[in-house]
Design a protein around this ligand. Structure first.
Ligand code: ZN
Length: 252
């Protein structure tokens, strides 16, 4: 068990949210219990995740996608009212970390994806945010497009969308979880064989073909399960908490 204040001050030191220009507030978004003992982590603070957290008896919900995004309707009505109401009447803290959790060098989404897929990190891709969040590196052994596709399918449990722009084996690549398809041009500037992210847009297909870089869309949710899971486990160990990661299926 830990006090909420102590847990949050530890998270500030660990994730350094003030270094990022983010689209949402990072840290405590909704205040609930002052003691933290039972924590549920998950990708997105949807109503399904909140209800699963309440079934677990959580006093704290830790997520990657929280609330209060820049430009959203600030009124507490509809979906937002129903989500906030469940958290507030049950005295559950909502703690959310967005870009700081993508970027963290060991617990972050991109670092965790590297470990999971066996990607060796050489550095960050310049231009992918300030500070940069996308990583570049290489595969220990070059893989053909079908081999790498198979590797993604087996590791992430879903069929990736693949845009093949050349037939060379994949040795060097860049990657960034989530809706990071726009970074493909920065990856191509480095002359990498491939770029991997979560979501794909219509124009990503043309960019990949014309830039001559293979592109893999492995799923926004599928690529972003691992940072918040690692952070939840890290906090559970550090503060002796009961913790469970709950995966609410999302095909995107
Ligand atoms: Zn995301």
């Amino acid at each position: 068990m830990v006090t909420r204040t102590e847990c949050l001050s530890y998270l500030e030191t660990l994730l350094e949210p003030n270094r990022f220009h983010d689209y949402c507030p990072n840290g405590l978004q909704i205040a609930g219990s002052e003691q933290i003992e039972n924590m549920v982590s998950g990708v997105t603070a949807s109503l399904d995740l909140i209800e699963a957290a309440l079934d677990f008896g959580a006093d704290t919900l830790l997520v990657h996608h929280g609330y209060f995004w820049r430009g959203e309707d600030p009124r507490v009505i509809g979906i937002k009212q129903r989500r906030l109401k469940q958290l507030l009447i049950n005295n559950v803290n909502l703690i959310a970390y967005h870009l700081p959790l993508d970027a963290h060098p060991t617990l972050g989404n991109n670092a965790q994806l590297s470990q999971l897929l066996g990607l060796e990190v050489d550095g960050r891709i310049v231009g992918t945010g300030d500070p940069a969040i996308a990583l570049c590196g290489c595969l220990a052994e070059p893989k053909s497009v079908p081999e790498f596709t198979d590797h993604l399918r087996q590791t992430l449990g879903r069929e990736p969308q693949v845009i093949q722009a050349h037939n060379r084996p994949i040795t060097t690549l860049g990657w960034c979880t989530g809706a990071a398809q726009g970074y493909i041009e920065h990856a191509a500037e480095l002359g990498l064989d491939a770029f991997l992210s979560g979501e794909i847009s219509e124009q990503t297909v043309h960019l990949a073909r014309e830039l001559g870089i293979n592109y893999f869309a492995a799923g926004h949710h599928a690529t972003e399960r691992y940072g918040v899971l690692a952070l939840g486990e890290h906090l559970a160990q550090r503060f002796d908490l009961n913790h469970q990661f709950i995966d609410i299926d999302n095909p995107v």
